[in-house]
Design a protein around this ligand. Structure first.
Ligand SMILES: [Fe+2]
Ligand SMILES: [Fe+2]
Length: 267
């Protein structure tokens, strides 16, 4: 099921299949059954539609958030992130099936993948209402890099994807909600409020299973987190951090502050 989602190229079709498979999984779990976790080889990179054109981030044109075109560009970038997030959550299910994990590990990532599919659809609906669509603008080509870098390392994957990248979403989403609220784009505000509420859980699942694996291997979570982020994540973390939501998601300040950009020294 995971590989089927990963190898579906069209965004709406990928989201629909993802929601269908998540519903099948959740129906079995509600009946108290644990469907067998099979083995399948996920593709190195997920299938992607012909559009959007994928560009180096330096070549993606910047637009002012004050204009309607700028807001469309921001939503387009969010749609691209959500589509990649659908694939990231199914990829973790398929790629690390050789590591024995409790059923709850699969429940959490299937639920996350389902939510990302809903987020992609919500943002696509907003784009279409504004006269655009996913694929109308170029998008960031580097989005799958974190997955490739951590393809052999489950703890590295958890450290970088939910605990760094998705946690960053918690830092920046309130500012985006403000921009759309000031512009009176109610539909986009509602979509981003759903995203903001649900992403806290994705970060918390990352932290939960990261700590679980540290416990299994008798490792100090904070030290291992710092080592893995330095190994796999290119660049420093950017403050300001959303300390409240990060705390709610099980990310304490001593995890992320030591990895933050240093403010310029005053001496
Ligand atoms: Fe999302
Ligand atoms: Fe997420």
């Amino acid at each position: 099921m995971a590989v089927e989602v990963l190898t579906t190229a069209d965004g709406r079709a990928k989201a629909a299949l993802s929601r269908l498979h998540a519903a099948t999984w959740q129906a079995a779990r509600t009946e108290g059954r644990m469907p067998p976790v099979g083995r399948a080889t996920p593709p190195a990179r997920p299938a992607r539609p012909d559009r959007p054109e994928l560009l180096d981030p330096r070549d993606v044109p910047r637009r002012r958030p004050g204009s309607q075109q700028g807001r469309i560009a921001m939503l387009h970038a969010v749609a691209h992130i959500e589509l990649n997030a659908v694939d990231l959550h199914w990829d973790i299910v398929a790629r690390f099936a050789d590591t024995p994990m409790p059923a709850g590990f699969y429940d959490d990532w299937v639920k996350s993948a389902d939510e990302e599919s809903k987020h992609f659809n919500l943002i696509c609906d907003c784009l279409e209402e504004m006269g655009s669509h996913y694929g109308a603008l170029p998008a960031h080509a580097g989005m799958w890099r974190a997955a490739e870098d951590t393809a052999d390392d489950l703890m590295g994957r958890l450290a970088v994807v939910p605990m760094v990248l998705e946690a960053r979403g918690l830092d920046v989403t309130p500012g985006m909600i403000d921009i759309f609220a000031r512009a009176g784009e109610t539909r986009a505000v509602e979509a981003m409020e759903v995203i903001y509420a649900e992403e806290v859980h994705h970060v918390s699942y990352g932290s939960k299973w990261f700590h679980f694996l540290c416990g299994r291997h008798d490792l100090d979570p904070k030290d291992v987190f710092h080592d893995l982020v330095r190994r796999y994540f290119h660049g420093a973390l950017k403050p300001p951090f959303n300390e409240e939501k990060r705390a709610e998601a099980g990310l304490p300040p001593d995890f992320y502050w030591p990895l933050a950009e240093r403010p310029t020294t005053q001496d």
